[in-house]
Design a protein around this ligand. Structure first.
Ligand code: NAI
Length: 346
């Protein structure tokens, strides 16, 4: 198949080429994001492959349909950027990577927490300038602290396990309770109780209509004064102005964010020589109690390899298999990656 890869960075290409080495697809790597303006670049391909910030909106899907594209592979887990209903109506099949190293994101959440708590970024800057003072660098022991985990799926579970290893007490909120975590001593509580008791809250649920702006003035007020908030899931979980207010007042002790609600326009692009038009993002990146990373939670060699393999395998499988065979094949192996046809929705 001829496949156009949108938003494809140079560091992804070797992984995709390696995964394609025993398959016979023709891969076109495009740096452009998929938008109604760039969708014409899909012409001449049978399938396209997109990433987290490529918006599969109704107009874009309609344009893809007109170009005869019937197959879209997401090389990510989350699919909040997809108008699944329109894709179904148009008969465009959408698939994703339902699972890859959850450790990559969980460990990044820990890195954000540890960097904020122990002021590692500030210490790095100081020692580079031969300033070996410790004023302002004091942190707290994580040992014995209460960690709230919102969403205990694959990543939330990996994060909870690490926190248990630190000697923390883990409190969780999820509609689906994990028997494994309960056995490990994790306590499931209502959301307001997790928020009010936790010293650190880490978000690991998907962005859905229900979780959109989960963190608002109201839920922030429920949090312990000085608590830390870590968000490696999706920016839309936070009402950013409310979070900024809480950070400035000190009610929220710190924010570690790998995602930002309006990240599509900025992340994965070098803005260092341009004016930053987004005032909220500008404030976030400059507040001393905030650490922003540009959606790099997934970015480990192991995860990249798995994403590339699953994506290419999905495309090959769908190209070759009959519908009947596809469903049983996927269900039996890695979890069905099809969003359309079978509507896998958590
Ligand atoms: P998962 O599907 O294994 O787990 C999600 C969990 O959230 C499930 O247990 C589900 O029951 C729970 N959940 C759903 N709605 C909820 C609600 N209203 N309240 C509380 N819990 C709720 O997904 P996984 O693999 O753990 O990924 C979680 C999220 O992490 C993804 O949806 C994606 O947004 C984000 N992600 C971020 C990456 C990054 O690079 N920063 C990379 C991969 C995923």
């Amino acid at each position: 198949m001829n496949i156009a890869f949108f938003s494809c960075q140079s560091y992804e290409q070797p992984f995709l080429e390696a995964a394609n080495s025993n398959q016979r697809h023709q891969l076109t790597f495009l740096p452009q994001a998929l938008t109604p303006e760039t969708v014409h670049l899909a012409a001449g391909h049978q399938a396209i492959c997109v990433f987290v910030n490529d918006q599969l909106t109704r107009p874009t899907l309609q344009a893809l349909g007109k170009l005869g594209i019937g197959l879209v592979a997401l090389r990510c887990t989350g699919y909040n950027q997809v108008d699944v209903q329109t894709a179904q109506q148009l008969g465009i099949r959408i698939m994703r990577v339902p699972t890859y190293s959850p450790h990559s994101v969980a460990e990044h959440a820990v890195a954000l927490l540890m960097s904020l708590n122990r002021k590692t970024c500030l210490a790095y800057q100081r020692t580079k300038e031969n300033n070996f003072t410790l004023d302002g660098l004091m942190g707290f022991d994580l040992y014995g602290k209460r960690i709230g985990v919102i969403g205990t799926g694959k990543i939330g579970t990996a994060f909870a396990r690490i926190m248990l290893g630190f000697g923390c007490r883990v409190l969780a909120y999820d509609k689906v309770r994990s028997a494994v975590l309960r056995e490990l001593g994790v306590a499931y509580l209502p959301l307001n109780e997790v928020l009010s008791e936790a010293d650190v809250v880490s978000l690991h649920c998907p962005l859905t209509l229900e979780t959109y702006h989960l963190i608002t003035d109201i839920t922030l007020a429920e949090m312990k004064p000085g608590a830390y908030l870590i968000n490696t899931s999706r920016g839309g979980l936070l009402d950013t102005p409310a979070v900024l207010k809480a950070l400035k007042s000190g009610h929220l002790g710190a924010l570690g964010a790998d995602v930002y609600e309006l990240e599509d326009d900025y992340f994965f692009t070098d803005w260092s020589n341009k004016d930053m038009p987004d005032a909220n993002l500008n404030t976030l990146t400059h507040l001393p109690n905030v650490l922003v990373t540009a959606h790099q939670g997934f970015f480990t060699g192991e995860a990249m390899e798995q994403i590339a393999h699953t994506t290419l395998n999905n495309l090959t499988y769908l190209e070759q298999a009959s519908l009947e065979h596809e469903d049983s094949g996927w269900a039996a192996s890695t979890g069905n990656p099809l969003l359309t046809d079978t509507m896998v929705v958590e």
